[in-house]
Design a binder for this molecule. Sequence first.
Ligand code: HEC
Length: 156
Amino acid sequence: MGKTVKMATMFVLVLLFVTGYALAAGSGTVTYEKDVKKILSENCLSCHGSDAPTMTEFKKDQDKYKKAMKGPRVDTYANLMVIVNGSDTGALMRRLDDGKNTKNGKPGNMYTYLGGTDAEKAKNLEVIKKWVGGWTLKRKKDMSADELKAIKALEK
Ligand code: HEC
């Protein structure tokens, strides 16, 4: 390789590195509005949308809703938070985990809906994990104050 080519290659590499770094820094915090809402509306709302029951309704007659392929609504931030750190804390994490944190090593039963391909599922899970912050599959009663505090799940 000639000296000029080497220099040019170096220059391009440095430029790529700097741009990549700037982009990563610029994207900032993962939020519901910016990142999570889109993933859910594309992959979950057909069964968890505004025509689905609230968690309270769902709990009253789970069999009926399961037969109708409807899960509790996650169509708004408030509804979604019920399964993140509300009355059903950790349900989102338990159902979406890819198997790395589950007891039997199998993915949660909603993981499969995260995307059309394995790559897409992994990518969307990564975003949701970053959004949640402290990713734990525990139930609220088994979580420490610190573990609860580690759940960030910002709206904006
Ligand atoms: C094809 C329909 C369908 C799709 C798509 C779907 N779900 Fe579900 N989901 C259900 C049904 C039905 C239930 C209730 C039965 C069960 O618990 O497995 C459920 C249950 C859940 C629960 C447990 C709620 C609780 O507290 O009991 C969570 C969490 C959940 N889904 C999250 C998601 C997420 C996140 C997505 C998108 C990545 C998604 N689901 C996509 C049908 C669906």
